[in-house]
Structures are given as structure tokens and as C-alpha cells.
Design a protein around this ligand. Structure first.
Ligand code: PA5
Length: 435
């Protein structure tokens, strides 16, 4: 189980302030689990882990995996943006070796596209996959988002020219709404294998649907184990108690926000968690940043960013709080050797593991930040594996629902995202957008 320590934040806030927010957090919990709040038609994610473990979807995902294995697919291009890509990208980065490994049919390389509109990115992707055996997963709940739609139009044509219409059909899988959207119509017309994103699950809460699970499984990771971690967290989060970590985290961050801590930084001490920070930023940013309210979510990867953002965090305007995601055990061992002449002065570290140095950097930074009035919450997992990631995904989603209601917003809509689209469509001359 993940552990949560918010002592430093409690010391900063004082018990009366924390307890007042804890009461509000418990009420927000009631709103969430009773389904009585705004956006209550988007609560399907609450039971997703247990629902998915009992559904036929895992078997369907396995079938795609088997079929593509037999077809020799060694490279998967997963097309999607926002909630339709960040969860899978975060999990695959967290679970993969740090250095590039050639994809094989046993463990294909998963590449992401449709998450930007850079022509160079797309050109270089098409160049890269020329020598690969390619499968394409296209993901869009609305089925109309411009970035993945443009990318898929290009990839679809590439696949058809390269493999022929019939084989291309076998090498494309779509994940979209059950009824609506251009991608739904196109998939039906073409006869693609399709997975459905449930109506009541929004994009940024969809990592535990096929949106996240299919690319993660294709990359060779154990999605059942991930769902088991999430299901255990689902049970833990459902308990209405003052020591429910999700309720506590929602209370702490809102209490700190009320004291002027307007920015929350998710810090990690393992570069494999860098994209987890991106997933977390989208979850909290899109869920809470509205109606002139919201904590700005930022992320850093330490110790790398102690040498870029460390100065700012330590001494800039005191409007920062921190949540530190720490992995207790490294998977591998690298020990610092003794040197005869000690010319680099590091013999005081001889015989110690690099992870021990990292752990001390983590402790030392926490102390410095507390002294610098950056209160923190530490969330720890023992190992970076599928089970822990499942726990973390569900924990942060649940806490986000509670926190959004505590803040007084609808955490499940994103009306602000439409504004840039209208301007872009007008500039591009899309029919119906000229005026
Ligand atoms: O959380 C959300 O709803 C958004 O981030 C969407 O996931 C994102 O805009 C992509 O939308 P779609 O899946 O409809 O293409």
C-alpha cells in the first residue's frame, strides 16, 4: 500500500485549520460517492478497477496482443492527446528500461503521436517506422479532436499504402465512444476492431479503461496486476474515515491553498516518473482550474531539477506547496567504489549505494524546503511496478474528485479547452466557424 505523510503541512497549517478542511473534505467525499455533485454523469471511473477485472475486456485486449504478435508487429503507434494518451505514456515510461530498446513482437515499442501538431514530429515518425512492423491504435473519446484526427488520417493512408487495405484493417484498432463522433463512424465503415470508452468516464479519468490498458498491455506490461493495485486502492478510498489518505490529501492541499499556496509541485526522485507528473498535471489542472479558482499543478524531476528549479522553489515568492512521490526501493544495485588517491574526494561515500545518496538528497531537500516555507506531503511506494502504479492512478483520481468538490468546482468538465479550438477552426476556415 502507498503511504502518505503530511506532517510538515500539518505543522505549517496548525491543527484547527487542518481539522476545518478535513470536515469539508469529508463532506466533499459524501458528494462524490453519493453522486450528488456537478458532473455526476462522469463518475464511471469510481468502480472501474473492480468492473474491469470482472469484464471480458482483458481477454479482448489479450486477443489483439496475440493477433499482432502473430503478425510480427514490433512497433505500435498510439494516437491520442490529453487523457487519451498521458496515462499510458506515464505507465510505459515508468515501467520501461531507461534506455531505448528495439521493439520485438514479444515486447513492441510503443510510440505516441497525435499529441501535437508538429509537422517535423510526424515526418520523423514516418521515417522511423519505415523499417518497422507497425500496428496503430487510435484513441479519441469525442472522435473529433483535431490533433489525433489529422495524425490518423495520415497514418491510415500510410498503413493502407504499405500493407494494402485488408491487412491495414487488421493492424488498426480504434478506441472511442460507443455511438458518437467521426472516429466511431469511420471505424464501423472500415471494420476496425473497436474498444468503447464508457460514456460516464472522462478522458483524464480513463487510464484504467482500454485507453490506457491496451497500449500498456501491448508494451508487455501486466495490466491485471495494475488493476489489482487500483482495486485495492478503490476499497481503501471508499472508507469514510479521517485517516483515508485521499480525503487527507484533498484537505491538506485545499487548506494550504487557502493560506496562499497557489502552486503545487509534484516532485519525484526517479526520472521514470517524469511522465507520471505530466499525467498528474493534466488530471488536477483540467479538473480544478476553472471559475477563477484552482491550484496550479507543476512537476519537477529531482535531483535533475534541483539544478534548474531548486533555486526558485527555495527562495521565490512563498506561494508553493509540494507533493513528493518517492519510490523506496531501487530495482538495481550500483555501489560507489573506493578510490586509492581519493582525488575526487568521494571516498566518504565508498561502499554506499547510489540510491542511498539519492535518498539523502530527498531528505535534505525536504528539510530545506520546509525551512523555506514550502510545506509538503510525501507519498511513498515500495517499488515502481504495475501494482503501485494502479494504486497511484486511482488514489490521485479519487483525491481529485474530492478536492474539486471541496474547492467548489465541477471536476469533470473542461469548458475552457474549447476556446483555442474555436479560434483555430476560424483561422483554418473550417465550415461553420467563419463568423
Ligand atoms: O480529459 C479530457 O477530457 C481531455 O484531456 C481529453 O482527453 C482530450 O481533450 C482528448 O479528447 P478526445 O479523447 O475526445 O480526443
Amino acid at each position: 500500500m502507498i503511504s502518505l505523510n503530511f506532517k510538515a503541512s500539518l505543522d505549517f497549517l496548525g491543527a484547527p485549520v487542518y481539522n476545518a478542511f478535513l470536515e469539508r473534505s469529508l463532506k466533499a467525499f459524501d458528494t462524490l460517492v453519493s453522486g450528488s455533485g456537478a458532473g455526476n454523469d462522469f463518475l464511471g471511473w469510481l468502480n472501474l478497477p473492480s468492473d474491469m477485472l470482472n469484464s471480458s475486456i482483458l481477454a479482448e485486449i489479450e486477443e489483439v496482443k496475440e493477433r499482432w504478435y502473430k503478425m510480427g508487429v514490433d512497433t505500435v503507434v498510439s494516437i491520442g492527446i490529453g487523457g487519451s494518451y498521458l496515462g499510458a505514456a506515464a505507465a510505459i515510461k515508468a515501467l520501461s528500461p531507461s534506455f531505448h530498446k528495439e521493439g520485438t513482437p514479444e515486447e513492441p515499442e510503443v510510440l505516441f503521436a497525435g499529441n501535437n501538431l508538429s509537422e517535423d514530429y510526424l515526418y520523423e515518425l514516418l521515417e522511423y517506422i519505415k523499417e518497422k512492423n507497425v500496428g496503430v491504435v487510435v484513441i479519441s473519446k469525442s472522435g473529433t479532436t483535431t490533433e489525433p484526427a489529422v495524425t490518423f488520417r495520415i497514418l491510415k493512408s500510410y498503413m493502407e499504402q504499405r500493407y494494402g487495405l485488408e491487412r491495414a484493417k487488421e493492424l488498426i484498432v480504434a478506441i472511442t465512444d460507443a455511438r458518437k463522433g467521426a472516429l466511431k463512424g469511420l471505424s464501423e465503415k472500415m471494420g476496425y476492431k473497436t474498444f468503447v470508452i464508457p460514456d460516464n468516464v472522462g478522458g483524464r479519468f480513463s487510464v484504467l479503461t482500454p485507453v490506457g490498458l491496451l497500449p500498456i498491455a501491448l508494451a508487455g506490461f501486466d495490466i491485471k496486476r495494475m488493476l489489482e493495485g487500483a482495486a485495492d486502492m478503490q476499497r481503501a478510498c471508499a472508507i469514510r474515515e479521517a485517516d483515508n489518505g485521499a480525503i487527507q490529501y484533498a484537505a491538506v492541499r485545499n487548506a494550504l491553498y487557502s493560506c496562499g499556496k497557489k502552486i503545487e509541485i509534484l516532485a519525484n526522485y526517479n526520472p521514470k516518473l517524469q511522465l507520471f507528473g505530466e499525467w498528474w498535471k493534466q488530471l488536477y489542472g483540467e479538473s480544478e482550474g476553472k471559475e477563477g479558482k484552482g491550484i496550479f499543478p507543476a512537476a519537477v524531476s529531482n535531483t535533475t531539477d534541483l539544478h534548474s528549479m531548486g533555486q526558485f522553489i527555495q527562495q521565490a515568492e512563498r506561494n508553493l506547496m509540494e507533493v513528493v512521490l518517492n519510490v523506496r526501493e531501487a530495482e538495481h544495485t550500483v555501489t560507489i567504489e573506493s578510490s586509492k588517491d581519493d582525488s575526487d574526494g568521494l571516498n566518504y561515500l565508498a561502499g554506499r549505494r547510489v540510491e542511498e545518496v539519492n535518498a539523502n538528497a530527498f531528505e535534505g531537500t525536504l528539510m530545506a524546503h520546509v525551512d523555506g516555507l514550502v510545506p509538503n506531503t510525501v507519498i511513498e511506494i515500495d517499488h515502481l511496478d504495475e501494482y503501485s502504479l494502479g494504486e497511484l492512478f486511482y488514489f490521485f483520481e479519487f483525491a481529485c474528485g474530492v478536492s474539486g468538490y471541496l474547492l467548489g468546482v465541477n471536476p469533470f468538465d473542461q469548458p475552457g479547452v474549447e476556446f483555442y479550438k474555436k479560434n483555430m477552426f476560424k483561422l483554418l476556415g473550417k465550415p461553420g466557424y467563419q463568423k
